[in-house]
Write a protein that binds this ligand. Structure first.
Ligand SMILES: C[S@@+](CC[C@H](N)C(=O)[O-])C[C@H]1O[C@@H](n2cnc3c(N)ncnc32)[C@H](O)[C@@H]1O
Length: 231
């Protein structure tokens, strides 16, 4: 493992349990913390970490992608990017403290376009409630998708979460690219001539993470699939 041979301050991988047991500062570095869920090839994390003195945490379910990213971080010599190999649900529910994350990105999550696979989609109201819990007051949440069916689904999942405020209101999302580098998937879809839907949200101050608009299913009873990472 690259992380075994790297000097300790450059060790790019952290374990969810270390974040939970030692705290973010000891396990990953100084605040503020930016979290990317499903970083894929990780270029955005690397680019942003090279430009900003913040600690960038990436969580990825794919072991291969985590291992490749570890090598990229070491090659780039960036001590402020750390990767966690885990399902995002597990990291959010079991490892991160309340209000710890200053900014979060979820770009081009797998759209699972077939109806029978929709239940596998990452962005569901219960996951967004878990996310709202770990976001700091006024923290930004950026989500993008190339799949318009998934954009509708994401909007429906976000709508009842009162702790998350849509900054594009009255529009559900924007097609205007935000001022940041594109991710690998965004670039591929834009090259293919597809439009990307960008969601721009902010953590509302003073609203409990699990406060839901009336009529929505209570988050506590919904399935969150928070399981430990697979070997
Ligand atoms: C379509 S790729 C997008 C990658 C990158 N964000 C981009 O825009 O280029 C979706 C990524 O999410 C990861 N992923 C899927 N489910 C996840 C989960 N539950 N927790 C963490 N990562 C997940 C996948 O392994 C994959 O790398």
């Amino acid at each position: 493992l690259v992380s075994d041979s790297a000097p300790p301050d450059l060790a790019p991988r952290v374990f969810a349990e270390a974040l939970r047991d030692l705290g973010l500062e000891k396990a990953a570095g100084p605040p503020p913390y930016v979290l990317e869920i499903g970083f894929g090839r990780g270029e955005l994390l690397l680019e942003m970490a090279a430009r900003n003195a913040r600690t960038y945490l990436g969580v990825e379910i794919s072991r291969k992608r985590v291992e490749k990213m570890e090598r990229r971080i070491v090659r780039a010599g960036l001590p402020n990017v750390k990767v966690v190999h885990a399902p995002a649900e597990y990291l959010l529910e079991r490892a991160l403290p309340e209000g710890a994350i200053a900014e979060c990105w979820i770009h081009c999550p797998d759209p699972w376009p077939k109806k029978r696979h929709h239940r596998r989609r990452l962005l569901k109201t219960p996951l967004l409630v878990l996310l709202a819990r770990v976001l700091a007051p006024s923290a930004r949440l950026g989500i993008s998708t190339d799949h318009l069916g998934y954009a509708e689904w994401i909007h429906t999942a976000l709508e009842p979460v009162l702790a998350l405020e849509n900054l594009d209101t009255p529009l559900p999302w924007s097609f205007e690219p935000p001022p940041r580098p594109t991710t690998a998937f965004e670039r591929d879809w834009i090259t293919d001539g597809r439009r990307i839907a960008y969601f721009s949200y902010r953590r509302r101050r003073g609203v409990p993470a699990d406060a839901l608009a009336s009529g929505a299913a209570p988050a506590a009873t919904a399935e969150t699939a928070a399981e430990p990472p697979q070997p």
